[in-house]
Design a protein around this ligand. Structure first.
Ligand SMILES: NC(=O)c1ccc[n+]([C@@H]2O[C@H](COP(=O)([O-])OP(=O)(O)OC[C@H]3O[C@@H](n4cnc5c(N)ncnc54)[C@H](OP(=O)(O)O)[C@@H]3O)[C@@H](O)[C@H]2O)c1
Length: 324
């Protein structure tokens, strides 16, 4: 089978396509013939050696996939050969086949395209957990989303609308703001000049936003603290924008606000029942047409590095997907 391998810390351009033996599933494991891989920011960090998980070399990046079960190991009863499945693997998915624990697989709902199934696990799982459990977002509240046309950001825009919020979407380019409007945002903000506070205040009669979804961090986090409403919640999701911010915590006191951490990977392990309930609700939202994950670009396996490059160069809108 073909796999796109990272053989040393490097750039997306240093990934190499090689032939590997097809893996065999052990007890409790399943082999999946991969059809699509959704690319996420951690894939980029992992090949650069900047992610908290550092797989031994060589490894195929790609932590989110969909495909068809091609073999099952001893004791597996939850899926059968031929089932359409999706799941998370940490890494290893940019390959024609991978072996994963059966417990980590989800059957793909009838009617859902496999490309969508590969593109929404991380983004919609993270953003729904963030807005529901961590942000306690209520209908009628104002939600501000930073990086609003990125993977998790665009999911937060759609889900915020589905949950009944008024959504302000902040993004750096006209094309990204247009994508946020198409996903349902009520208002868009150009924050490329670094100014957020005055624009949020102008759109909220000076109140600020009740919930702020922040996957960017860096200097913008300070602006979040100054743009949040009384009793507001700032969701700390990621730090693509630079250094991990240091907060002037007197502002947390003055605003009576909360700064709330979001760690979706840990949530799925620690609170399985709540995550399963979230996915029942997400599947229902998808079936009703209330959410439609956006895939803006597809790449073949041999050009998988270009998919990672699109995220690193801040060019991706919604999700980019590698097809096998
Ligand atoms: N906490 C969790 O459980 C969890 C789960 C999943 C992902 N994450 C994190 O969420 C963050 C976003 O992930 P993603 O997959 O949505 O990424 P993405 O698709 O690349 O989106 C990130 C967005 O951030 C903005 N951005 C600002 N500065 C940037 C920079 N220097 N480089 C790249 N983008 C920049 C961009 O929007 P503008 O150009 O409009 O500013 C971009 O659209 C990552 O840090 C990821 O690790 C966290």
């Amino acid at each position: 089978m073909k796999a796109l391998l990272c053989k040393q810390e490097g750039t997306p351009e240093s990934l190499v396509l090689e032939e590997l033996p097809e893996p065999t599933p052990g007890p409790g494991e399943v082999r999946v013939a991969v059809r699509h891989v959704g690319i996420n920011f951690p894939d980029c960090l992992m090949i650069e050696g900047k992610y908290q998980v550092k797989p031994p070399f060589p490894f195929a990046p790609g932590g989110e996939f969909s495909g068809v079960v091609s073999a099952i190991g001893e004791g597996v009863t939850s899926v059968a050969v031929g089932d359409r499945v999706a799941g998370g693997s940490g890494h290893g998915a940019l390959a024609e086949a991978l072996v994963v624990n059966a417990a980590g697989l989800r059957k793909v709902a009838d009617g859902m395209p496999l490309a969508v199934a590969a593109a929404w696990n991380t983004t919609y799982g993270t953003s729904y957990h963030a807005l529901k459990q961590r942000g306690q977002l209520k209908p009628g509240e104002t939600l501000l989303v930073l990086g609003a046309a990125g993977g998790v950001g665009l999911a937060a825009v759609e889900l915020g609308k589905a949950m009944g919020a008024r959504v302000l979407a902040a993004a750096s380019t006209e094309a990204k703001r247009q994508a946020a409007l198409e996903a349902g945002a009520d208002e868009v903000i150009d924050y490329s000049d670094g100014d957020l506070k005055e624009k949020v205040k102008a759109l909220t009669d000076g109140r600020g936003a009740d919930v702020i979804y922040d996957p960017v961090g860096g200097p913008l986090f300070d602006q979040c603290l100054r743009s949040v409403a009384w009793n507001g919640r700032i969701l700390v999701v990621g730090f693509v924008g630079g250094d991990i911010p240091k907060a002037p915590i007197n502002l947390i006191l003055l605003k009576g606000c909360q700064v709330v951490g979001v760690f979706y990977g840990a949530f799925t392990g620690r609170e399985r029942a709540a995550d399963a309930e979230n996915w029942r609700e997400l599947n229902a939202l998808w079936a009703s047409g209330a959410i439609r994950p956006k895939i803006s670009a597809h790449y073949p396996l041999a050009e998988g590095g270009k998919a990672l490059r699109a995220l690193m160069d801040r060019e991706a809108i919604g999700k980019v997907v590698v097809d096998l």
